[in-house]
Design a protein around this ligand. Sequence first.
Ligand SMILES: Cc1cc2nc3c(=O)[nH]c(=O)nc-3n(C[C@H](O)[C@H](O)[C@H](O)COP(=O)(O)OP(=O)(O)OC[C@H]3O[C@@H](n4cnc5c(N)ncnc54)[C@H](O)[C@@H]3O)c2cc1C
Length: 585
Amino acid sequence: MVDPTSPPPKVLIVGGGPSGLVLALQLLHNGVPIRIIEKNSFPRLGQRGAGIMPRSLELFTSLRIIEDVMNRAILTPPVRLYKMPEGVEIAHEFEMSPRRNPTPSHPYLNPVMLGQDKLEKIFHKALAGFGCTVELGTELKSFVQTDGNVTATLIKRGMSQDMDSGEIEEATFDYMIGADGARGVVRNQLGLSFVGETRNVENFVVGDICLDGLSQKYWHMWGDASDVLISVRATETPKLFNFVIGGKNINYTKIMQNEAEIKKCFFEHTGQRSDIKVLDIPWMSQYTPNIRMVDRFGFGRVYVTGDAGHVHSPTGGQGMNTGIQDSFNLGWKLALVAKGISSPSLLETFSEERIPVIAEMIVQTTKLLKKTLDNDEPSPQTNSTLFQLGVNYRWSSIVLDERKKIEVDREAIEDAYLQQFEFPGDDDGPEDDPDRLDSYGENQDGRLRAGDRAPDASGLAIEAPFDLAKQSCQLFQIYGPAHHTVLIFADVVNAADIITGLLNYPKGLIRTVVIVPTRRPAPRNVDGADFVVEDRGGHAASAYCPTGVCGVCIIRPDGVVGALVKGPTWMHRYFRGIFTAGRSP
Ligand SMILES: Cc1cc2nc3c(=O)[nH]c(=O)nc-3n(C[C@H](O)[C@H](O)[C@H](O)COP(=O)(O)OP(=O)(O)OC[C@H]3O[C@@H](n4cnc5c(N)ncnc54)[C@H](O)[C@@H]3O)c2cc1C
């Protein structure tokens, strides 16, 4: 909703799904005024992207919504696979996602499940904290971008269901982001390619179902994909389950005709159990695997994020999580550019960093789709790659590693992109390709590099600021979406020199943390540091500076290691690359 007393919005976000909401919240944290519009007149129903991966939970920590999410979400329920044809006796019971214990560097190691509609509500509440509301019933029709701005034509229908009605508004913004999903208009009108394929042979019917008679503690499954597979997963809401009906012997046209056909199919393929009663089917949809991606996320003043830039199989639960990471990658860059602190060229690194990740995500999800359809009995997902904790941008032109500068390997980026056409279902070649970028971090050796996810470190005791002294904290409480954090290891570098050097940069954009080994005195002349902490457990040193070579670690606002450097020279080189409009030395 536009408040006439607030500054004019600089950015228009089109689409109120998870990707748009994350971007909106991140820009608001950065003090960038926005508008976010959603063509639907009412919030969407449905579990959809319910699987929230550990990396998304870390980003929710940064956005300060983690408590709300964890209070409502549940762990992935254990699977019960029933013997057919009776469908009552349990053939196999297992954890879909075997439980892992958190560590000092990884506070979240288990995916959680929360209906996408509930997650979106949490975002709405967080946006309201900034005085921002998603403008429901407002649709982007078209736009024109020039060198100086973007003019959008909007139709405002409000709560009216009449698609021919509506007030037309023309509004001008500095930037516009299409978070408008797979069928969005922004990608098309921008002329971005969306290459890949639609697989009409592999369908699913998905939706939510209210049931009586089934335990709320399990993910129940009957049959397999060679015939008919019925999957009914318990959710965070009593009696509400999320269902998938798939398999080669399903007549999709017939069962999509009406609710009665779905109920009949459900009854027949779960052993005709009279103890299970279907109460309601609040939402359902037919799903056809569509495997496509853009070759760049946009240009000039218009970009896309989330499903608007990539669609793929829901196997592996990567879609929403990937959209969240897209927006997180874009948000801080867009904020700096919109505020005139960084050059617009910073936005080009959005495609440079994310395209290889998307290409790899498509490889992973397609591989899982093939596994599901190859009649494999459902089995635990032991592949923690899908947690997205290894996703990295080591090849990025804006990250710096003083030990080893990894140059941008344009050819390798291109190869990674082209691999989408060689789906692993057709040919397992990409796995054997030694030049493939390891954008999901499958083969990392455990050494932290610039471009990697920034690990957490618990067990820190605050020494300064004085009002927080002696409190314990962890690095994730200090990182945030609106500032870089510079970790300064006091036993490796001269902390005072680093802090003085950072005074040259725009105020409020960099937070400094001096890390002192346990039981050692704090160094002198570090009054200008935002935090001085004692590394009681040694976890910060072991995560970031295990060999004592690079005593300065720069963490970007998206929780990625921007630079690992030995001192001021390379630190300034990093920041000169980011704050081109700043007063860097
Ligand atoms: C059955 C199923 C299960 C899934 N499971 C998972 C999972 O476990 N984990 C996971 O990560 N992902 C999962 N996904 C994928 C996930 O739901 C999507 O990736 C996610 O919703 C994408 O978010 P988005 O914000 O990019 O796009 P969307 O959610 O599609 O949101 C786009 C929004 O833009 C609006 N819009 C479109 N055009 C306009 C316009 N012109 N003007 C204004 N508004 C417009 C739309 O109405 C929509 O609300 C699943 C998907 C399905 C179907």
